[in-house]
Design a protein around this ligand. Structure first.
Ligand SMILES: [Zn+2]
Ligand SMILES: [Zn+2]
Length: 358
C-alpha cells in the first residue's frame, strides 16, 4: 500500500490568520509567505491528498534562506525570495523546529497545598470542668499517700522476742531413673529398644503436573503516526506493534517423596544414689538464748541448708503492736521491757532507734 499523505496546516504570525493549508505558501489574508518560524500541524480531520499531489511531496523538507529568511522547496537550488544559492544556507525546516522547541520539559513548580484538614480546636467548656474534678481527685490521692507513707515516730516498749532456727537433713537414697544414657554411678536394671527419632528417607519419585505460563504473540495492534515532512504535508505511517497474551500450559515434573522412618535406640532404666531432702530439724523460742536444733544423723545422712530468723514485737502506749524481723546482733541488743523509738511508714517499721532497715 502506498504511503498516504495529508496536507498540514499553519498559522500566520503576522495577521493571526490560523488553519492555512500547508501547500498555500503565502498567507491568504496578509500575503506574508511561510518563513523560518512556520510550524505545520495536523488538521482535526484527516483528508488524504490525491495521488498526483501526494507524489510531489514528502521528498524533502523546505529550507530557509540565510539572507532573507524565505522558506523554499527542497528541490529549489536558489532562494525564490532573493536568489541566493542554497549552498550558502543550511537551516532546513526541521532545524528551525528544533531551534524553536528544544524539547525543554517545562515543569510546573510543585505548589505546597495548604493542609485542608485542620484539627478542630477542642471546645473547652466540658473539658475544663472534667480537668478540675480530675485535679481534685489527684490531690486527694497524693495527700492520702503522704498521710500513709510519711514516716511517723512512736515511743514503744519491747513486748516480746521470738527466734527460730532450722537445719535441713538430706539422705543418700537409691532412686530409679531412665534416660537414653546412663550417668556416672548409675546401675542399669533393664533396657528396651524404643523409637529415638524419625529420619526423612527418599522413598520414590512421583510425576506431578505443574502449571506454567508463557507470553505468546497473538496478533498486532496498529499504531498510526503522522510524520511532519517539513514541506506542508504529513505522511501517515502505520506501525504494527506485536500483541501478547499469557498462555497457560502444564508440564510433568518428577518430585521426590519422602517417608518418615523410625530410628531405634537403647533406652536405659537404672538405679542411682542421690542426696535427697529428707526432713527439717527445728528449734524456736521466746527467750534470749537461741540455739541450733540437735541433729541425729543416720549413716546415710548429712546436714543441708540452715535457716534462722529473729523477730521483735513492740507495743505503743496505746497498745498498738508492731512486728519486725531484724538481724541477730540487733535482736541481741533488745531486751523485753526496753524503751525503743520506732519509725513507722505505711504500717511498716523502717527504723528501730538508730538502726535503719535497708
Ligand atoms: Zn497573514
Ligand atoms: Zn533569500
Amino acid at each position: 500500500m502506498a504511503e498516504r499523505k495529508i496536507e498540514g496546516l499553519w498559522d500566520c504570525k503576522y495577521c493571526g490568520c490560523t488553519g492555512i493549508g500547508g501547500l498555500t505558501k503565502e498567507c491568504p489574508q496578509c500575503g506574508h509567505p511561510q518563513d523560518a518560524d512556520t510550524k505545520f500541524y495536523m488538521p482535526g480531520t484527516v483528508r488524504y491528498l490525491d495521488e498526483e499531489t501526494a507524489d510531489k511531496y514528502g521528498k524533502g523538507a523546505d529550507w530557509t534562506c540565510a539572507y532573507c529568511n524565505t522558506l523554499n522547496r527542497y528541490n529549489e537550488t536558489q532562494c525564490k525570495g532573493c536568489g541566493a544559492s542554497r549552498s550558502e544556507s543550511s537551516g532546513s525546516y526541521h532545524d528551525n523546529q528544533r531551534r524553536m522547541d528544544p524539547r525543554q520539559a517545562v515543569r510546573e513548580p510543585v505548589r505546597e497545598e495548604p493542609r485542608a484538614s485542620r484539627q478542630p480546636q477542642q471546645s473547652s467548656g466540658g473539658g475544663k470542668k472534667a480537668g478540675i474534678v480530675f485535679g481534685i481527685i489527684a490531690a486527694i490521692i497524693v495527700v492520702a499517700l503522704i498521710a500513709v507513707f510519711a514516716p511517723r515516730k512512736a515511743a514503744t516498749l519491747v513486748d516480746a522476742k521470738y527466734w527460730s532456727r532450722s537445719i535441713e537433713v538430706e539422705a543418700y537414697t537409691t532412686v530409679e531413673e531412665s534416660d537414653w544414657s546412663v550417668p556416672y554411678g548409675g546401675r542399669v536394671t533393664s533396657t528396651t529398644q524404643e523409637i529415638q527419632y524419625y529420619e526423612e528417607v527418599l522413598d520414590h519419585y512421583e510425576d506431578v503436573q505443574v502449571q506454567r505460563s508463557r507470553q505468546v504473540q497473538d496478533g498486532y495492534d496498529t499504531e498510526i503516526e503522522y510524520v511532519d515532512n517539513g514541506d506542508g504535508t504529513f505522511t501517515e505511517v502505520e506501525h504494527q506493534i506485536p500483541r501478547y497474551t499469557t498462555e497457560y500450559y502444564y508440564e510433568w515434573e518428577s518430585r521426590p517423596v519422602y517417608i518418615s522412618v523410625p530410628v531405634y535406640g537403647t533406652y536405659y532404666y537404672y538405679d542411682i544414689d542421690r542426696w535427697l531432702y529428707d526432713r527439717t530439724e527445728k528449734a524456736s523460742g521466746t527467750d534470749d538464748t537461741p540455739y541450733w536444733p540437735a541433729v541425729n544423723l543416720a549413716s546415710n545422712e548429712r546436714e543441708g541448708d540452715r535457716q534462722e530468723s529473729y523477730s521483735v514485737t513492740f507495743r505503743t502506749d496505746k497498745d498498738k503492736l508492731y512486728n519486725a524481723y531484724v538481724p541477730e546482733e540487733i535482736w541481741n541488743g533488745l531486751k523485753t521491757g526496753d524503751g525503743v523509738e520506732l519509725t513507722v511508714s505505711g504500717g511498716k517499721v523502717t527504723k528501730i532507734n538508730d538502726y535503719e532497715f535497708r
